[in-house]
Design a protein around this ligand. Structure first.
Ligand SMILES: NC(=O)c1ccc[n+]([C@@H]2O[C@H](COP(=O)([O-])OP(=O)(O)OC[C@H]3O[C@@H](n4cnc5c(N)ncnc54)[C@H](O)[C@@H]3O)[C@@H](O)[C@H]2O)c1
Length: 389
């Protein structure tokens, strides 16, 4: 056997080795890029994008590379207003064919979230979705199955579990500070948005827009709910919407939910678009509480709203007044969800926000409607790992 290598073979071998080394180096470079920076696209450039974009811009790990809105002028306006070096698109199909990105942030009308999130996952993108991530629990579950099959991440708002006030309450519950917990109450309402009709159309409503925060908070604190009974109503049959005029209200604008968390714990949530509350949409300065939890050794009251809170009163003494804890935000902002999950992808960590929890909240919303329509208790099928942390 001739072990001698010809000059031609040597050149071929060296070229192949060199190419492999170059490819390795390029791959390493790509991996490094991936680890330091996540490219995101925003779909839906309306009201809430004015809260998301500035927050995303605070992170060195996030780069907004694309903006999309079917009202195209809104995408252009956000690019100009926030001085973004981003491409703009008129619809999701063009967005997905356009500039490469890693994660889509869905900030559109609620009714189209499921369809848009599915298209993004099919195109290989991670997804952060404003609430709800889909119109039904089955649709949301199918999205998560799709994400898992494609090794992608999917998350749904809200980010209430990120607040230091939530952490404090969670700690008190987990340490048994409240004793045996019996009851909890959450409420959130205002007189309703005027800028878009989708809030009042089918699959809109006060539950996915407002009640969703309290449902997320109370299930995260007390554990997944086992069953629900609810009453929903439409108080105002029509609404005046900017640039649209009068629209028919098709989704609940008032809802009361009773949740059974097991071990005797029952919580109540009310939400609606007819609640006069001057702090209802902008929570700053609210001194009243919106969440209460009662045990036989103590009770807690969350001041302000669970999405933007101003502290927690803990009342655990017959002698002294209730004490205020965690009056500072600790940097938490309700619009931080997309930024935090993007950073978690870059850092390869698990955020506090949990998609199974968001799916459970979605099942509760859907089941509340069913319970109200059929006048009966609905047993829930979903759950999530509890406590969350
Ligand atoms: N506005 C808030 O303060 C606020 C706060 C928290 C969460 N949210 C949630 O954010 C979402 C958006 O609310 P908003 O108040 O910003 O509504 P909005 O009406 O101001 O904005 C929605 C935007 O989505 C666009 N859009 C609709 N369908 C689209 C599609 N198929 N493709 C691309 N763009 C599309 C619309 O043209 C519009 O510009 C909702 O889920 C809402 O519940 C809003």
């Amino acid at each position: 056997m001739n072990n001698q290598i010809t000059r031609k073979d040597f050149m071929k071998y060296s070229a192949a080795t060199g190419a492999a080394m170059l490819l390795n180096a390029l791959q390493l470079h790509a991996d490094e890029q991936k680890l330091t920076n996540l490219k995101v696209a925003i779909i839906g450039c309306g009201s809430v994008s004015n809260r998301y974009i500035p927050h995303l811009q605070t992170s060195s790990m996030v780069e907004i590379v694309a903006l999309c809105d079917i009202k195209y002028e809104r995408a252009l306006e956000q690019k100009r207003q926030y001085k973004l070096n981003a491409e703009t698109y008129r619809n999701i199909d063009d967005l997905l064919k356009g500039v490469p990105f890693d994660m889509m942030i869905t900030l559109t009308d609620m009714q189209v979230h499921g369809d848009l999130n599915k298209k993004a996952l099919l195109a290989g993108k991670h997804v952060w979705s404003e609430k709800p991530m889909a119109n039904t629990y089955a649709e949301g579950r199918a999205l998560l199955d799709l994400a898992k099959a494609k090794n992608l991440k999917l998350w749904g708002a809200p980010a209430v579990v990120n607040s230091p006030q939530f952490s404090f309450m969670n700690k008190m519950v987990q340490e048994g500070k409240l004793g045996r917990i019996a009851s909890a109450h959450g409420q959130y309402g205002h007189t309703g948005p005027t800028w878009s009709a989708f809030f009042y159309e089918k699959d809109g409503g006060s539950m996915p827009d407002l009640g969703v925060y309290n449902i997320a908070t109370l299930t995260a604190l007390l554990g997944p709910a086992k069953s629900i009974m609810a009453m929903t109503s439409i108080v105002n049959p029509t609404r005046e919407i900017d640039e649209r005029g009068t629209v028919k209200v098709e989704a609940e604008d008032n809802a009361h939910l009773l949740l059974d968390h097991g071990k005797g714990m029952i919580s109540h949530i009310m939400c609606g678009f007819n609640y006069f509350d001057p702090h209802g949409h902008e929570a700053k300065g609210q001194q009243l509480h919106s969440i209460q939890i009662f045990g036989d050794k103590a009770n807690m009251r969350l001041i302000g709203y669970d999405w933007e809170t101003n502290g927690v009163y803990l009342d655990d003494s017959w002698e002294s007044q209730a004490k205020l804890y965690v009056a500072e935000t600790g940097g938490y902002q309700w619009q931080e969800g997309a930024t935090k999950v993007a950073e978690s992808i870059v850092n390869n960590t698990s955020p506090k926000i949990n998609v199974e929890h968001a799916l459970h909240v979605l099942e509760i919303i859907e089941s509340a409607r069913k319970s109200s329509a059929e006048g009966k208790k609905i047993y829930l099928t979903s759950s999530f790992k509890w406590p969350l942390f």
